[in-house]
Design a protein around this ligand. Structure first.
Ligand code: IYR
Length: 222
């Protein structure tokens, strides 16, 4: 093929998998991801920095608006910094749970049995914050939230594939993270504690919605 290009293009021809192998891999991939749960009880056991690097390398393969890759992950295992993050996060959470009177939230969150105590921010060996870059070199980025969200999905899946657990934690507001992690001008997007689940970890007994509620095949014009 000889299309005229004004910018560099390279061939892309990944090997075509026989569909039976493709479906086998799809089933195995679903089974892997179906074993993932959000964890709030972590083991303090250490996790090598390379695991964080590998998860961010996976995140860094995400598609993004205009290929601007508007994410930045800041990772720390420093106990003092983690303690400061916990302190600031719990301050926000106390306001959320005790001062703002939001009954709909209360009902929606009841099955998770969460409260303002965020011990996992001290105990998990790593805290990783995904930041969204609304601007790069003074220019606006496009589809910033979507792009960072997809990158975070890849990050979570990569951690799970390594046998590690995380939680999409979002104290609100979490601007304190930009200061504490030295990322001025970037918007904290998700705070991820990362580690192994504690030996006595429990998770809420939740069900995933059935495929029929997640997928509709549409045969023609409505
Ligand atoms: N940020 C609070 C509340 C909370 C909100 C949602 I949406 C959750 O899925 C879980 C918790 C907290 O972390 O406790």
């Amino acid at each position: 093929m000889n299309r005229p290009h004004r910018h560099p293009f390279v061939p892309y021809s990944p090997p075509r998998l026989p569909i039976e192998h493709g479906l086998d891999r799809g089933r195995a991939f679903h089974q892997l991801l179906d074993g993932r749960r959000s964890v709030r009880w972590f083991s303090p056991d250490p996790v090598p920095a390379e695991a964080i690097e590998l998860a961010v390398l996976a995140a860094n393969t995400a598609p993004s608006g205009a290929h601007q890759q508007p994410w930045r992950f800041a990772a720390t295992q420093d106990p003092e910094l983690k303690a400061r993050i916990r302190e600031a996060a719990e301050e926000e959470e106390r306001r959320f749970y005790h001062e703002r009177e939001i009954p709909e939230w209360r009902a929606a969150l009841a099955p998770l049995e969460t409260d303002a105590t965020k011990e996992f921010l001290d105990i998990a060996p790593w805290l990783v914050v995904a930041f969204a870059q609304k601007q790069q070199d003074g220019r606006k980025t496009y589809y910033t939230n979507e792009s960072v969200g997809i990158a975070c999905g890849f990050f979570i899946a990569a951690l799970h594939s390594m046998g590690l657990a995380t939680l999409t934690h979002t104290p609100n507001p979490m601007t304190f993270l930009s200061d504490l992690l030295g990322r001025p001008g970037e918007r904290p997007y998700i705070l991820f504690p990362v580690g192994y689940p504690a030996d006595d970890c429990e998770v809420p007994d939740l069900r995933r919605k059935p495929l029929a509620e997640a997928l509709t095949f549409v045969d023609g014009l409505a």
